[in-house]
Structure formats: C-alpha cells, structure tokens
Design a protein around this ligand. Structure first.
Ligand SMILES: [Zn+2]
Length: 207
C-alpha cells in the first residue's frame, strides 16, 4: 500500500517537473524577440522612466504598476485553476475571459487606487473596498519609506516578467496544448514564478 502510494507520488512529482520544464522552455523560446517577457518588462520600464520627472515620482509610478500587475497576476492564477476544474469548457472560458478585459481592468484599477491611497497615507486607511489586501503591501511600504528605488525597479521587472510569462502560457501555449490544463497546479505556478524571478535577478547581476 505504502509502496503504491509512493509510486503515485513519484509519478506526480515527475509529471510536475516535466510540466514546469515545458513552461520554462516555452518562456525562453521567445528570447531574442520582442515577445520575450523580460524584454517586454524592460521596454515597459523605459517608458515609465521617461514619464517620471523625479526619482520620487518614478518610485510612485513603479509602485502603482507593481500593484496593478500583481493583482492581475493573481487573477491569471485563479483562471488557471478554474480552467483545470472545467477542462471541457476551458477554451471557451478563456475566450470569455479575454472578452471581459475592460471590466476587469476597471476593477483592478479601483483596487490599485485604494492600495495607493493606503501607501500615500503611510499605511493608514479609514476603510475602502480593498482593506483586506492592504497587509500584502507591508514590504512595499517599508521600502517606500526608505526611498529604495532599486527595490522598486527590481520588483517592477519581476512582476512584469512574471505577468507576461503567464500571459504567454495562457494565450499562446494552452490553446494549442490544452492537455496542460489538467497538469497545472499551485505548486507549478509558484515554482514557475520563482524561476522567472530568479531569471530577472540573474539578468540584473549581469549588468
Ligand atoms: Zn482600505
């Protein structure tokens, strides 16, 4: 019995590894093109840097984008798991999801503004529709007080690259390889995120 269980676990671990490797391979397959998630993050960063008049403003813009993108990434993660629960209608759900873009943008915008207010008021909020998530911002608040621009640049690149990386999986890989829907789980997504974060760290050390 235990041996059987052990076999099943090993098979699961092996399959997870295989799926993660496919995601990583897919992520890197765009390298050298404008569709490479890290390049897209760099382009986005350059745009923000161009708009900001002062380092303080830059930090503020970066933080706003970080919050917005991180919220969006959470929605993607939930979508992955919803697709897994409804594999028979997954592609239809994916199309429907794409159609709901502007409504979703609006909702994420509201939450982002609420969180920005919280940060701008030094971590105080008299009550808003996003209070539940304020505590996730504690690290941002700490670095905001330290005016640690470097931290925000790195986090911005990480969050953007992870977001684009997941987006590519969702819209480019899944529709042609729906078999991945069944293989995805929390642990794979989390490991994929960590992998991308490490790629960004390595890139920044190369400079
Ligand atoms: Zn609040």
């Amino acid at each position: 019995m235990t041996i059987e269980k052990d076999k099943v676990n090993k098979r699961q671990i092996y399959q997870d590894e295989e799926t993660l490797n496919s995601f990583v391979h897919f992520f890197h397959s765009f390298e050298g093109t404008t569709n490479y998630a890290y390049n897209q993050a760099l382009v986005a960063l350059a745009k923000v840097e161009k708009t900001a008049e002062t380092p303080r403003k830059l930090m503020e813009y970066l933080m706003e984008d970080i919050i917005f993108t991180a919220l969006y990434t959470t929605i993607y993660e939930e979508l992955f798991l919803t697709l897994k629960q409804h594999p028979d209608v997954a592609i239809r759900l994916l199309d429907k999801f794409a159609d709901g873009q502007s409504d979703r943008d609006q909702l994420v915008n509201i939450h982002t503004q609420n969180h920005m207010n919280y940060i701008m008021h030094d971590g105080e909020c008299s009550g808003c529709s996003s209070c539940e998530g304020h505590s996730d911002l504690t690290p941002l608040l700490v670095h905001w007080h330290k005016a640690n621009l470097e931290y925000f640049v790195k986090l911005y690149l990480e969050v953007q690259t992870i977001h684009s990386g997941l987006e590519r999986i969702l819209y480019d890989l899944i529709p042609t390889h729906p078999d991945y829907i069944d293989r995805i789980n929390d642990s794979i997504i989390s490991q994929f995120r960590q992998y991308i974060a490490q790629v960004v760290t390595n890139k920044l050390h190369q400079v």
